[in-house]
Design a protein around this ligand. Sequence first.
Ligand SMILES: Nc1ncnc2c1ncn2[C@@H]1O[C@H](COP(=O)(O)OP(=O)(O)OP(=O)(O)O)[C@@H](O)[C@H]1O
Ligand SMILES: [Mg+2]
Length: 210
Amino acid sequence: MGGYQVKGRAGRSTVATNITGELAKTYQTVLIDCDMPQGSALSWAALRNDWHPGLRVEKVANHRELVATVERLKPDTEYLVLDGPPRLAEMTRAILVLADLCLVPIGASPAEVWATSDLRTLIEDATKVRRVNARLIWTRFRAYTTLAQELSVDAENALGLVALKTTLGYRVAYAEALGQGRTAAEVHDSHAKEEVKALLSEVTRLLAKH
Ligand SMILES: Nc1ncnc2c1ncn2[C@@H]1O[C@H](COP(=O)(O)OP(=O)(O)OP(=O)(O)O)[C@@H](O)[C@H]1O
Ligand SMILES: [Mg+2]
């Protein structure tokens, strides 16, 4: 799995950490932070290990380290979750090639949709090496607004990607969870909990088919 968005703050670390925290309850899972020196995933994992020890986390400084780390961990890991950087083209290309499923978070603003279209070139490059399995995921989603529906169509066309059925709403629970080393299913918000559960089941289903 991997995440990418040209513009920062789209929700990559949010998606990666929620998926990691939930998968790790059942499967051998390792989170790889590919966004150093920022290290949001690393910080989240450190906070999580304070109250819930045992989560495995790694960091990589460049795409060569990523390839080596994935090779090393793959044999005894069921899920590797990669938290991607906002801009590094080489790292992003490596993630697109390595990952069985790439999630591209997109918040609900028109500017972000256009910024994300740069990603199309990287996806086309990666496709020369391997069939890329990528989906958009709406974060900060407000359902049933005309804007949201129009944006979905624009984004899907701009990137040639379809969106996951699961969307993450605009909820304090996501920000809270990221700051506490938790998943949004572990803070008190039943809507966020449902979304995170739906995300997990959709992602594991897509990976099983792959
Ligand atoms: N669905 C959401 N609802 C409310 N807040 C959110 C949501 N998704 C993300 N956020 C908040 O937005 C901020 C950016 O999210 P996040 O760190 O996941 O994005 P990112 O794409 O990894 O950004 P960066 O470029 O900093 O790595 C965080 O403070 C996060 O808690
Ligand atoms: Mg991040």
